[in-house]
Design a protein around this ligand. Sequence first.
Ligand code: ADP
Ligand code: MG
Length: 448
Amino acid sequence: HWARICARLQTEVGEVEYRTWLKQITLGPVDEDEVTLFLPTRFLRDWVRGQYGDRLNDLWSAEIAAVRRVELQVQRGTPARAASAQGVAVDAPVPEPAPPVVAEIRNDLAAPLDSRFTFDSFVVGKPNEFAYACARRVAERPSSAGFNPLFLYGGVGLGKTHLMHAIGSELVRDGRVSVAYMSAEKFMYRFIAAIRSQSTMQFKEQLRSVDVLMIDDLQFLIGKDNTQEEFFHTFNALVDAGRQIVVSADKSPSDLSGLEDRLRTRLGCGMVADIHATTFELRISILEAKAQASGVPVPPKVLEFLAHKITTNVRELEGALNRLIAHAQMFGRPVTLESTQEVLHDILKAHDRRVTIEEIQRKVAEHWNIRLTDMSSARRSQAVARPRQVAMYLSKQLTSRSLPEIGRKFGNRDHTTVMHAVSRVTDLMQLDSAFAEDVELLRRMLES
Ligand code: ADP
Ligand code: MG
């Protein structure tokens, strides 16, 4: 089985990725429903789990249907093959035994909690402090008035799942309450499976027996009316019985169009907490915390560089840092700005800042001191028309938008107008060096 899975992974992820990460895995015990895989360092373990954990689970259950969990563990002494093959020292010794990967939950409906996602490992800053405080509060005193349900929302990779697991782990550790955490997707599959096997009563009872129910990524239920209905009833039963509900979604209850009105209304009745996009400061703090935890020195310049480049998603930010650290460990080289650019080449390329047409219009209008609305107005005087042409020219140069798309953004002008503007500006730059300098300056400002 393992050989087949390896071959499969190799084709899926490509030779380089495979050799760097996955080849380090050695097969451990295969029990009835659980497979253990070993990795030589904690870092590799976390990395492989983060990047390939789900895939490994899927591949194993495709091989052996009974396998329900793939456990990744650190085992010292397993060869770090990619490194030793090149004659480089393996990596720093792993000081302490690996922490348990999952926390126990007393409900076989629920997904395991990730023990890395704790309140302690969550870095708090302006954008998430309110959500953090609400989560802490619920973990301390579940079902208190005003905090039930707790609705956490925000963009991808901003820490919703992290906070939910943190609540769960905290409560499970106390051992006083039973907690069930699952994604909305899982909820749906379980529900459908229960219908198929005619065990919906059991499913309902199980769900309604928990003290705290957490459903992650509720937006998944949009358009799934039957599952929504079931969730709505579960929700009411639990809240009426004084149990705590925690829900996450990518939008606020009122913006989750496609959810039934009565469900949306109830979701908004408790505490609604927004996790805002990260700020540069928060990204730096997160990187500092993670770098420090790894024990590998990462220069502040590198952290700043990453925080500047990767702005939308903490998961990606973390993934980039992990890759740097693993690379440094594996090849025994320090992390530098140069090595960062090399190691993260592909990630950085994907995060190259893309300029938008709106930004171009704003900058150009500012530069020539005209109103932004004139970018789309019908006015034809040269004082307005020339900057507009420059903005069209720069839009063509700096974005991947097509001529008709650009035209639409400039007051629904025709693509031939844009084409004309591009050639006009090109000609003018040849003729008028002061003008050419202006345009070049704008381009540099927009690109930086
Ligand atoms: P979401 O569920 O909102 O998409 P996650 O909770 O899965 O995001 O977070 C993505 C990754 O980023 C996780 O590894 C998480 O630990 C990390 N992360 C997000 N926000 C923070 C934070 N404030 N401090 C530390 N780690 C964070
Ligand atoms: Mg999530």
